[in-house]
Design a protein around this ligand. Structure first.
Ligand code: PLP
Length: 386
């Protein structure tokens, strides 16, 4: 019987089978191997570790856990989510074309438009939750890159349907699974070839460490990425690997609690006169509700809403106290973000507006505080609006 996901956040079954559990003096917390290099007993006698840019035991341990959670054959731990996406883009070459979700994380759009394009890679941005992807595939299209839910508008795309289109045209499907995490969604089991994570967010979970992951179930991609990580050198440092692994131990309890709070906040926001729209895929009226229900085990803890005026958006951001006005997401503390000037500031205005990101749009990453305290703070902030 396959072990449950909460167990797999804590234990590596393979290590028990191989009787590795008593290595490292039986330490329950996997040690931090803070070393740059490794001694050899003689020519050709490596311990399997030669230099920490190539391999580090703490990083390998974390990569095993993440590969297992995402049902992949291998995972790569990088120094940030953007480092992961940057490394992943190295599998493409000049002349390649990618179809990408239009409502992506702003940093990914910045990378594609400013770095990947310069390297000769071409992009078509589509609303992958509603537009016909197949009609935009060209002879040189090599991949489809999506997020679901999208950031920040919470659109839901059908991973299985898009993977069928990708396979038919010999493309790979890449899914940034940062918002739902492997606790709620496993894109590889739905036909994706690569999963991306900003480990900074829910996997780390404590707003204290940057990290990123690439996970794959494709041996050819795995081999390319092993070569690239050792060549480019953006692997995650041992101490940060340890912090992320510690975060993952509580992934399940954090996701459940944060999701419960998100549902309560979404219901609260719906009742506010000054709130014009609430985008949370857990709401039955959300346009992607049935798709997310089919492909995921939960709705996550991210939500976006529109307030009635730009002035009111500013007032909310200035008046929150316990909830912090900050970038980032996925930590135990609740954060509120203004995509227009923060996460999506570098996305051209017309593109932002086309995606529905207006100056009245606010994004909330719901944490694990007591829901009644979060709602009390929001009630207070709404009552003070001019
Ligand atoms: C934050 C984020 C990234 C980038 O990750 P960093 O760890 O900040 O580099 C990529 N994708 C999504 C969906 C994100 O939220």
């Amino acid at each position: 019987m396959k072990r449950g996901i909460n167990t797999r956040c804590l234990h590596i079954e393979q290590d028990e089978k191989e009787n590795n559990s008593f290595n490292n003096f039986g330490a329950i917390s996997y040690p931090i191997y803070q070393t740059a290099t490794y001694a050899h007993q003689g020519i050709g006698k490596s311990t399997g570790y030669d230099y920490s840019r190539l391999q580090n035991p703490t990083r390998n341990q974390l990569e095993k856990v993440v590969a297992n959670l995402e049902e992949g054959i291998d995972a790569f731990a990088l120094s940030s989510g953007m480092a992961a996406i940057t490394l992943m883009m190295e599998i493409f070459k000049p002349g390649d074309h990618l179809i990408v979700e239009a409502d992506l994380y702003g940093g990914s759009i910045r990378l594609f438009d400013n770095v990947s394009k310069k390297n000769g890679i071409d992009f078509t941005y589509l609303d992958c939750s509603s537009e016909d992807i197949e009609s935009h595939i060209k002879e040189n299209t090599k991949a489809i890159y999506i997020e679901t839910p999208t950031n920040p508008m919470m659109n839901i795309s059908d991973i299985e349907e898009i993977s069928k289109v990708a396979k038919k045209h010999n493309c790979i499907l890449i899914v940034d699974n940062t918002f739902l995490t492997p606790y709620f969604q496993n894109p590889l089991t739905l036909g994706a070839d690569i999963v991306i994570h900003s480990g900074t967010k829910f996997l780390g979970g404590h707003n204290d460490t940057l990290a990123g992951f690439i996970v794959t179930n494709n041996e050819e991609i795995q081999e390319k990425l092993r070569f690239l990580i050792k060549t480019t050198g953006s692997g995650l440092a041992p101490f940060d690997c340890w912090l992320i692994q510690r975060g993952i131990k509580t992934l399940g309890v954090r996701m459940e609690r944060a999701q419960q709070n998100a549902i309560e906040i979404a219901e609260f926001l719906k009742k506010q006169d000054k709130v014009t729209d609430v985008f949370y895929p857990g709401l039955p009226e959300h346009k992607g509700h049935n798709i997310i229900k089919k492909q995921a085990r939960g709705y996550g803890a991210m939500l976006t809403f529109n307030i009635d005026s730009e002035q009111h958006a500013y007032e909310i951001l200035e008046n929150v106290k316990m909830i912090k006005f900050a970038e980032s997401l996925g930590g135990v503390e609740t954060l509120i973000t203004y995509p227009t000037t923060q996460t999506h500031a570098d996305v051209p205005e017309e593109k932002r507006l086309a995606n529905g990101i207006t100056p009245r749009t606010l994004r909330v990453s719901v944490g694990i505080e007591d829901a009644r305290d979060l709602i009390a703070e929001l009630e207070h902030v709404f009552a003070k609006l001019s």
